[in-house]
Design a protein around this ligand. Structure first.
Ligand code: KG4
Ligand code: ZN
Length: 434
């Protein structure tokens, strides 16, 4: 996509608001609002938000593409890019209008650089670059996963400010579980003097948890994305009816004494492809194919099907299967997350990403955190799934630190967050040798 083409589409008002001086730089200490326009387009949501000083959400606009991708049961990358192109300008304009802000009021433009779909990311990035260039504003690149972590912090900041408290910078690490359609990761997060660092201490070796929700919902003839459908139907079934087991995943073993050798038991591994196959086998063995097809056809007849429409279309066996699936996934996430919290001496737990909207997950995680006296936080329901407020919030510490992107910013579909345990272990011997 040509940046010039996007630039031409940018609101005509932008150019009349252009200051004549420095490019990509404005000293935030002299700005009153600390206003950041966040832009997110990594998957199937075109989103823009205006957030003040990393905590005050002035607007948060999300144009969802769910109806577009629903008939395919998953995101079609080419369709997603085209829809982002159509939506980006109206979404940004609406976010500014709802915030009561103009382009001139902004201190920076933050955009998701990855991970995500290359074409989808490029739409947001090209637009943000053009806007930053035209307005002579700072451009900030944000990792989508860091954005999800900051969605939780946004909620904490709101609680703290309601209670008249400052955000705390504890000495110990926080453990963040980012669990969404594309990711199931555990990070140890540290914040010192407002700067955030992350270490990846857990990940899925195959499917993400949200992907399992989506694929299982599709298998059972439910709607897309599957998480909210399964969430809504699970309370109507018996979660202990079908026992699923998760195998223990073995880490890659380094030879003893080899540089970078790491206790293989240290990193935490998830795997969700097995339960998907087990679900398929269950439906085959119990000959559920005809009832699944009938449900699929009945939903296809409805103009705007909702999870509540499905309840009369599900028999007891199906509801028990759905409840058992959700319980198994939630319990696997819970067990491994709390194991990691113990192993890495986490002082707080943050749970974010689309799957963090799951009600059973919230209840069971909160109960265990209570038993262990471990503080736990989730994002607001509306900030659990992809949004741009989290991108603007994650950009605030970077604005304060003058961590700006330049014209070379491009989409990074496989962008990782922070260092991994293995990389940290490999770096150690070199550091000692200096
Ligand atoms: O964070 P997100 O919007 O996009 C990614 O970064 O992937 O997460 C979307 C994922 C989808 O897989 C969706 O099924 C899942 O989050 N999800 C849920 C719920 N709401 C969304 N999963 C379980 N329960 C929910 N209530
Ligand atoms: Zn996401």
């Amino acid at each position: 996509m040509r940046v010039a083409a996007i630039c031409a589409a940018v609101d005509a008002n932008v150019r009349s608001e252009m200051p004549a001086n420095s490019f990509y730089y404005r000293d935030v200490t002299t700005c009153s609002g600390g206003l950041i326009l966040g832009i997110e387009s990594s998957c199937d949501e075109t989103a823009a938000a205006v957030v003040g000083r990393g905590t005050a959400i002035l607007s948060n606009v999300v144009a969802s593409q769910i109806p577009l991708h629903s008939p395919y049961g998953g995101v079609v990358p080419e369709l997603a890019s085209r829809e982002h192109l159509r939506n980006i300008l109206p979404v940004v304009r609406t976010a500014l209008a709802e915030a009561g802000a103009t382009y001139r009021d902004l201190d920076a433009i933050a955009v998701t650089e990855g991970p995500g779909l290359a074409g989808a990311l490029l739409v947001g990035i090209s637009f943000a670059k053009s806007l930053a260039y035209a307005l002579d504003k700072a451009l900030i690149a944000v990792n989508h996963l860091e954005g999800h972590i900051h969605a939780v912090l946004l909620e904490e900041a709101r609680h703290n400010s309601d209670a008249g408290q400052e955000a705390s910078e504890g000495p110990g690490p926080m453990l963040a579980l980012v669990v969404s359609g594309g990711h199931t990761h555990l990070y140890l997060a540290h914040v010192q003097a407002g700067a955030w660092t992350y270490r990846n201490v857990g990940r899925t070796v195959d499917d993400a948890a949200g992907e399992a929700f989506d694929k299982v919902a599709k298998l059972l003839g439910l709607g897309y994305p599957g998480g909210p459908w399964i969430d809504a139907l699970a309370p109507h079934g018996n979660p202990e009816a079908v026992p699923f087991t998760f195998s223990q995943i073995k880490a890659k073993v380094h030879r003893k004494g080899e540089p970078g050798a790491l206790d293989p038991s240290e990193s935490i591994y998830f795997s969700f492809s097995g339960i998907k196959t087990a679900m398929l086998r269950y439906t085959q063995v119990h000959e559920m194919g005809a009832s699944i097809e009938a449900r699929r056809l009945a939903l296809a007849e409805l103009p705007d099907p909702k999870p509540a429409d499905t309840l009369p279309l599900c028999d007891k066996r199906t509801l028990d299967l759905i409840a058992s699936f959700q319980r198994s996934v939630v319990d696997d996430l819970r067990r491994k997350t709390f194991r990691a919290a113990e192993r890495f001496h986490a002082e707080r737990l943050l749970v974010s990403g689309g799957v963090a909207a799951n009600r059973e997950l919230r209840v069971r995680f909160t109960a265990e955190a209570g038993e262990r006296d471990l503080p736990i936080a989730f994002p607001l329901m509306s900030l659990a799934t992809d949004n741009a407020a989290m991108i603007a919030a994650a950009a605030w510490p970077k604005l304060v630190a003058h961590e700006f992107a330049d014209e070379s910013l491009t989409a990074e579909p496989s962008l990782a967050l922070g260092t991994s345990l293995q990389a940290a272990a490999r770096a150690k011997p070199a550091a000692r040798g200096r």
